[in-house]
Design a protein around this ligand. Structure first.
Ligand code: URA
Length: 440
C-alpha cells in the first residue's frame, strides 16, 4: 500500500471525515501481511485513539480484521455460540460454559486469551492442567467441535492476523484503551469462529478495565453494534466486578473451582454467572423457551454428569492423558499443583462483609507469580486465593476469611495489604446482584 494512501486515512480521521472504505480494507490487508511501515500504523492508531471513528467504520475495521485470516465455515451456524468477557478477578466462566453448552447440544469453538494486567486468562488456567494443549488450528477446532461439541484454543496467527500486529503496536503506543480498537480486536476474533450467537460479559467496577457504567455501556454498545453488523445475534450483559467472583482466584485454583461447579458443588456466585451466560445462549438458539427452562436444562446436565463428562472429553481431545483427565474430574487436588505455603488471613473486626478489594488481592497474586508483568514471565499455576466467605456474610474477629497459596515468603507489606483488603460494616449488607444491565 502506498504511504500516501495511509496519510489520506490519517487525515480523514483527523478531520472527522469517513475513511475511504477501499483504502481502509487495503490498509488492514497490508497490516496482516506485514507489508507496511510500522511508523504509519502507529500514527493511524494514535489518531483513531484520540479522535475515535464511527460505528460503520468500526464495523468495517472489524470485518476487515476478521477476513485477514481464516474464518471457520459451518454449513449451518445456528447452534454455534460463544461468550467473551472483558476480564475480571476469579472470572473462570469459560471453563464451565463450553462443556455445559456442549452437553446441551450447542457447538462452542472458543478462542481465548492469556492474562491481561491484573485479570487472569482462560488459556493460562487451562495450561494449569498437565498436558492440556491450547494450540489448535482452525481446522482442528472445527473437527473437535464436530466430534464433542466444544474446544478452547489460544488465539493464533491463522485467526485475524491483522489484530496480532495492531495489538502489539497498541500495547507500546498507549492506544489500548480505545473503544473502536478494543471492539475490532475482540469481535474480529470471535467472528472468525463463524458464530451464530454471542454473549458478551462486560465487566464494570473497581477491578474491571471499565470502571464506570458509562464506559462499560459505551464498550458494550460498540461491541454489540459491530457483532450484529457482521450478522451475529449478540447481547451484552454488564456485570458488577468490584469483589472477586466465587471462592477461588488463581490458575490451578480456578480449575479446581470450575470442576467443583461441574461436579454440582462450588460457589453460588460462580454458578449464577455461568447460568446467566448459558441461559442467554440456550434461549437465543431456541434450545430453551425461557430462562427458567434454560436453568432447568443446565441443572440437569450438571446433575447427570454430562457437563463434567464433556469437560473430561475436551481435556482428553486436547492432549490430557485419560487417567489424569479422569482423576481431574474426580479428585482435582490430586492432579493440580500445590503451593509450598498456604497462609491464613484472619478478620480484624466483627461485622458483615461489604467489600473485598479484588485489585489489591490480584496485584499481590500477580507479584507472586499468578500473572505476568512482561510477555516472557512464566505463570506459576498454584499461586492464588481461597476466599472463605461471601459478600454479605457475617464474620467474627479472628475468623479465617482468606487463604493465600504462595511459594515465596510473604513480606510485611503483603500481609498488611491482605489483611486490609477486607472491609466489614456493623449493619447487615444488602448483597447486590452481579447483573447491572443488558445491551442488545
Ligand atoms: N482483548 C483483546 O483481544 N483485544 C483488546 O483490545 C482488549 C482485550
Amino acid at each position: 500500500m502506498k504511504s500516501g494512501d495511509v496519510e489520506l486515512l490519517i487525515q480523514q480521521v483527523q478531520s472527522s471525515q469517513p475513511m475511504d472504505s477501499a483504502k481502509l480494507d487495503e490498509f488492514i490487508q497490508a497490516v496482516a501481511q506485514r507489508s507496511i511501515d510500522i511508523k504509519l500504523v502507529e500514527r493511524w492508531l494514535k489518531v483513531v485513539h484520540s479522535n475515535g471513528i464511527s460505528v460503520a467504520e468500526t464495523t468495517q475495521l472489524t470485518k476487515g480484521m476478521m477476513l485477514s485470516g481464516a474464518v471457520i465455515d459451518w454449513s449451518d451456524n445456528s447452534m454455534v455460540v460463544d461468550k467473551h468477557s472483558t476480564g475480571g478477578v476469579g472470572d473462570k466462566m469459560s471453563l464451565m460454559l463450553a462443556p455445559i453448552l456442549a452437553a446441551c447440544g450447542l457447538k462452542v469453538p472458543m478462542l481465548a486469551g492469556r492474562g491481561l494486567g491484573h485479570t487472569g486468562g482462560t488459556i493460562d488456567k487451562l495450561e494449569a492442567i498437565p498436558g492440556f494443549n491450547c494450540s489448535l488450528n482452525p481446522q482442528q477446532m472445527k473437527t473437535q467441535v464436530e466430534a464433542i461439541g466444544c474446544c478452547i484454543a489460544a488465539q493464533n496467527d491463522a485467526i485475524a492476523p491483522a489484530d496480532g500486529l495492531l495489538y502489539a503496536i497498541r500495547d507500546v503506543t498507549d492506544t489500548i484503551d480505545s473503544i473502536p480498537l478494543i471492539t475490532a480486536s475482540i469481535i474480529s476474533k470471535k467472528a472468525a469462529e463463524g458464530l451464530g450467537t454471542l454473549v458478551l460479559d462486560v465487566k464494570c467496577g473497581k477491578a474491571a478495565f471499565m470502571q464506570t457504567l458509562e464506559d462499560a455501556t459505551g464498550l458494550a454498545e460498540s461491541m454489540v453494534g459491530a457483532a450484529k453488523g457482521l450478522g451475529i445475534n449478540t447481547v451484552a450483559q454488564i456485570t458488577q466486578m468490584d469483589y472477586p467472583i466465587g471462592q477461588y482466584v488463581g490458575n490451578s485454583l480456578e480449575v479446581l473451582g470450575s470442576v467443583m461447579i461441574l461436579q454440582g458443588k462450588g460457589s453460588k456466585d460462580t454458578l449464577d454467572i455461568v447460568i446467566l451466560q448459558c441461559a442467554e445462549l440456550l434461549t437465543r438458539t431456541g434450545k430453551a423457551e425461557s430462562h427458567v427452562q434454560a436453568e432447568k436444562i443446565i441443572s440437569q446436565v450438571i446433575d447427570n454428569g454430562m457437563a463434567l463428562e464433556k469437560f473430561k472429553q475436551m481435556c482428553i481431545q486436547q492432549g490430557v492423558d485419560q487417567i489424569i483427565a479422569h482423576k481431574l474430574c474426580e479428585t482435582p487436588h490430586d492432579v493440580l499443583t500445590q503451593s509450598a505455603h498456604v497462609t491464613e488471613i484472619k478478620a480484624q473486626d466483627t461485622g458483615y462483609i461489604c467489600e473485598i478489594d479484588s485489585m489489591m488481592l490480584a496485584d499481590i497474586a500477580r507479584k507472586h507469580g499468578a500473572g505476568r508483568f512482561s510477555i516472557e514471565d512464566e505463570i506459576i499455576a498454584e499461586i492464588g486465593f481461597e476466599i472463605c466467605f461471601e459478600r454479605g456474610n457475617q464474620i467474627n474477629s479472628g475468623d479465617v476469611w482468606l487463604k493465600f497459596h504462595h511459594n515465596e515468603p510473604l513480606t510485611e507489606d503483603d500481609l498488611n495489604k491482605l489483611t486490609n483488603s477486607l472491609s466489614t460494616t456493623a449493619q447487615p449488607f444488602v448483597h447486590k446482584k452481579r447483573l447491572i444491565s443488558i445491551i442488545e
